[in-house]
Design a protein around this ligand. Structure first.
Ligand code: HEC
Length: 190
């Protein structure tokens, strides 16, 4: 390797990672991120399944409208003030879940990677500053049931009427199996 390449590589890695990385801290961020994201997805998944079974897609969609956000906040509350949990999307249904700032850049990058045939990693970690990290768990449309409410929803007129009324600016439709839907984001302060 020439000296110039080495200097170029070194300055590149400095630019990419302005903060010194600490292995144990990173491991603990990943551990928390995984634990909390699994907790959230299980909580939401279990409840969605229950409501789909009991009342079909409209009842389940109503459940999502009234409780998905609150359930997310309740999982958020369980892990103390240094851990925050949310769901984000580039094509949000609930505007409170819209990706903002760098989150947008990260989701757009993941979307591009996936469209170019890259199998997405199970998680990514963003170092926000010296003591704050963001753990991203990419969420794909990974079950047929997701398409009932995020696919071609025109097929079910009553459901589509309900969704249009509840979410006048709904962007979360037209997805296909495997598409990137968004991410769970856990912000962790050390
Ligand atoms: C019964 C209808 C229904 C089904 C099935 C469903 N969703 Fe949703 N989804 C919703 C509703 C309604 C919201 C908005 C919730 C809110 O108001 O906070 C939502 C919101 C989301 C969000 C948050 C971002 C946003 O756009 O607001 C993600 C991510 C998401 N859904 C992913 C999925 C995935 C993945 C599946 C399949 C495992 C799925 N959904 C199945 C109705 C559904």
């Amino acid at each position: 390797m020439t000296k110039l390449t080495l200097i170029a590589l070194c300055s590149l890695s400095l630019m990419a990672n302005p903060y010194e990385s600490n292995k144990e801290e990173m491991e603990s961020v990943v551990k928390t991120g995984q634990e909390v994201s699994v907790d959230l997805l299980k909580t939401l998944g279990k409840n969605l399944k229950k409501h789909m079974k009991a009342g079909g897609p409209i009842a389940a969609a109503k459940f999502c409208t009234t409780q998905a956000y609150g359930l997310t906040e309740s999982v958020d509350g369980k892990y103390g003030k240094d851990v925050q949990v949310k769901r984000i999307s580039l094509k949000d249904r609930n505007p409170a879940n819209a990706a903002v700032g760098k989150e947008k850049v990260i989701l757009e990058s993941l979307d591009n990677l996936q469209k170019n045939g890259v199998v997405l990693p199970p998680y990514l970690v963003e170092r926000v500053n010296k003591d704050t990290y963001k753990f991203y768990k990419p969420l794909a449309i990974n079950k047929q049931v997701c398409l009932k409410c995020h696919g071609d929803i025109g097929k079910n007129q009553k459901l589509s009427q309900y969704l249009t009324k509840a979410y006048p600016n709904d962007k979360a439709t037209g997805y296909s199996m495997g598409d990137l839907r968004g991410a769970v984001v856990i912000t962790i302060k050390k």
